[in-house]
Design a protein around this ligand. Structure first.
Ligand code: ZN
Ligand code: ZN
Length: 411
């Protein structure tokens, strides 16, 4: 039998280094994970350098690599991917940015970079879309509110560059910076001018907006400034369906990951109750993935949470959340005719509190795989498996071969 469907399950930042508070085990090795262990026992295991050995991947560059779009060729910065994930359809040449709603005081100093972790900013976004006008600069813009204090901006116009700085002073009590071009290219100067004008006009609109007036009456920090950063120029990415002949969906609560899925042409399937954090409704997510496999050839599902615990340096919390993930994955064991690929996108060691270049465990389970002797899904056990050590960009070719969709190289 040959599998026709593929599930890519990316457990974000799940792999780690030995943790002191776990007797020298990694959280994944310390966790009780009967479901992942069974997938490992029934599959072929290995370890993987998402981008390349020694390279510390971001979640964005690693996911691009896993989908077979090596970031060295296809990465255009975080802004365009966040913008796409926030709901702006990015086309080639557009400049995308990530934004924060923030608070400035009467003296013009940033007092809260997240405006009191405001949420429900759609009315503010609407006022900005209606009120800001960059046509004098020959530029159009798109602006969308995201989750919490987040938002995204995209500029559309001829000859815009993406080498510009941010207005984020990165600390509270400081004045917002002026956005500057980072090169002598007039295209970058043009983008910087448009950004500063956008920030000025949007600030005026936000200042008097009824939602902010009400917040100030309630003693809450108003969202009266936009901090924008992560500029990147959207490139051309060959669509996933053309590249591989597979239809596909992406399931992720993180806008960055859903944005990556969308820019390569995967359909984003929202799941109510998922937060991208440790309180996410994982059962609903797994259910949705199984439903999607009924409609599509390929599903990418990202489960965050463990990455967050790694960034916080909390090994025990990470181990416990891995056990929660494992329980939620149980329904996947019944998918006998689907190729299931489980991996991390990068390691997020609690001792580093950030991503590291340590290779991640990977397992492929389904019809046709040469089952190896590994029966535990963790960093050390998987290193003894039959896949040995691969790169993220190898994963799609290996997958396509297993589902008989790869083409012969030579005669
Ligand atoms: Zn990640
Ligand atoms: Zn992370």
């Amino acid at each position: 039998m040959i599998a026709e469907k593929v599930l890519f399950l990316v457990l974000d930042g799940i792999s780690d280094r030995p943790c002191e508070d776990l007797d020298g085990l990694t959280p994944l090795a310390a966790a009780r994970t009967p479901v992942l262990d069974r997938i490992a026992a029934e599959g072929v295991c290995g370890i993987m350098d998402s981008v390349a050995p020694g390279i510390r991947p971001g979640s964005d560059t690693s996911h691009l690599a896993l989908l077979g779009y090596p970031p060295q060729e296809f990465y255009t910065g975080r802004g365009p991917l966040e913008a796409e994930g926030t709901g702006i359809h990015m086309t080639a040449g557009m400049i995308g940015f990530r934004c924060n709603f923030a608070t400035v005081d009467a003296d013009g100093l940033v007092t809260d970079r997240r405006a009191g972790r405001i949420s429900g900013t759609e009315p503010l976004a609407e006022a900005i879309r209606d009120g800001v006008d960059l046509s004098a600069l020959g530029i159009e813009f798109r602006f969308e509110a995201g989750a919490g204090h987040r938002a995204a901006l995209a500029l559309v116009g001829e000859g815009l560059g993406d080498k510009v700085s941010s207005n984020d002073p990165k600390k509270e009590g400081a004045r917002p910076l002026t956005i500057r071009p980072c090169t002598d290219d007039p295209a970058d100067a043009e983008t910087a001018r448009a950004c500063n004008e956008f920030i000025r006009q949007s600030g005026e609109i936000l200042y008097g907006h009824p939602l902010n007036v009400r917040r100030m009456e309630e003693g809450l920090p108003p969202a009266n400034l936009l901090l924008i950063r992560g500029a990147g120029k959207m490139g051309e990415l060959p669509p996933f369906s053309e590249r591989y002949g597979l239809s596909g969906s992406v399931i992720s609560a993180a806008t960055l990951i859903s944005g990556i899925g969308k820019v390569v042409g995967l359909e984003h399937v929202p799941v109510p109750g998922t937060t991208g954090s440790v309180d996410s409704d994982l059962d609903a997510k797994v259910r949705t993935a199984i439903e999607e496999l009924g409609r599509k050839d390929f599903v990418l599902m990202n489960i965050k949470g463990a990455d967050e615990a790694g960034h916080d340096g909390k090994g025990i919390q990470k181990r416990d959340f891995i056990e929660v993930i494992d329980t939620a994955l149980a329904p996947l064991l019944d998918l006998k005719e689907t190729l299931i690929v489980v991996c991390a996108d990068h390691s997020t060691p609690c001792s580093v509190k950030d991503h590291s270049a340590d290779p991640v465990p990977v397992v492929i389970r389904g019809p046709g795989v040469r089952v190896d002797r590994t029966n535990r899904f963790d960093e050390v056990s998987c290193a003894e498996g039959g896949l040995h050590r691969i790169r993220g960009r190898d994963l799609m070719p290996i997958t396509l071969d297993l589902i008989n969709k790869s083409h012969k190289y030579g005669a």
